[in-house]
Design a protein around this ligand. Structure first.
Ligand SMILES: [Zn+2]
Length: 236
């Protein structure tokens, strides 16, 4: 009996060594928009990059304020501008999966979607050395069968409660106002570090970061933000 116990313990230790367990607050298949917390923590998220200039400017600003963020990257951009993503990871930021080509999900089948998800997932793992656990659908929505697949592939889906609308071409002041009026404890804020037009994201961040910092907020990755939530059911 004792020997069986010892063998079981040895086996367990071997499994741990082979597959190191990593604590993550993200629950597979869950959909997050924000978390309920009284802690002054906010998750800034940047979609559609990496970009050869904007991502670096964002990273410089985040570093200046000791802020951590999450970048929901597009696989094709990651292939082209991987160095920006490598820098982000090396500075403590997190990468999330935003598909390989950013298709309109209403226009593709589940098989194509799976390809989009897994191809980008492999690219991200190539940068981080870890399995990616966070997914954000292009335009923030996908069909229920796709959501189910996302969960089966080990991802949580991360949406947002504050849309800066920086993608729409609005000016710096409007982006700043959107964030300062709506961000609160546990918020997930949607920015873009790759916009196919004139983009005021960086200029807005230059105002948002000092103002929210002065109000006592800390900026954390989505995974860290989720750790402030007692359970998935705590999510709004
Ligand atoms: Zn996007």
């Amino acid at each position: 009996m004792r020997r069986i116990k010892r063998t079981a313990l040895l086996l367990f230790a071997l499994l741990l060594a082979l597959f190191p367990w990593r604590a993550s607050a993200a629950t597979e298949g869950a959909v997050y928009r924000r978390v309920s917390t009284e802690e002054k923590v906010i998750a800034l998220t940047f979609d559609d990059g990496p970009h050869p200039r904007v991502t670096y400017e964002v990273l410089d600003l985040l570093a200046a304020y000791g802020a951590k963020a999450t970048f929901f990257v597009i696989g094709k951009n990651l292939e082209e501008y991987g160095e920006a993503a490598e820098r982000a990871v090396s500075e403590g930021h997190e990468l999330g999966n935003h598909t390989y080509t950013h298709p309109h999900l209403s226009g593709i089948g589940v098989g194509s979607f799976e390809g989009e998800l897994t191809r980008n997932g492999a690219l991200i793992e190539g940068v981080t050395g870890e399995r990616c656990r966070l997914f954000r659908p292009p335009e923030g929505s996908c069909r229920s069968e796709m959501l189910a697949l996302v969960g089966q592939c080990g991802y949580a889906t991360v949406l947002w409660d504050v849309d800066t609308r920086d993608w729409s071409g609005i000016g710096t002041a409007a982006i700043v106002k959107n964030v300062l009026q709506n961000a609160r404890e546990g918020s997930i804020v949607l920015f873009h570090d790759y916009v196919g037009r004139e983009c005021h994201t960086v200029a807005a961040l230059k105002e948002i970061l000092p103002r929210l910092s002065a109000a006592g907020y800390r900026f954390v990755t989505v995974s860290e933000l989720l750790s402030y939530s007692a359970s998935a059911s705590d999510v709004e």
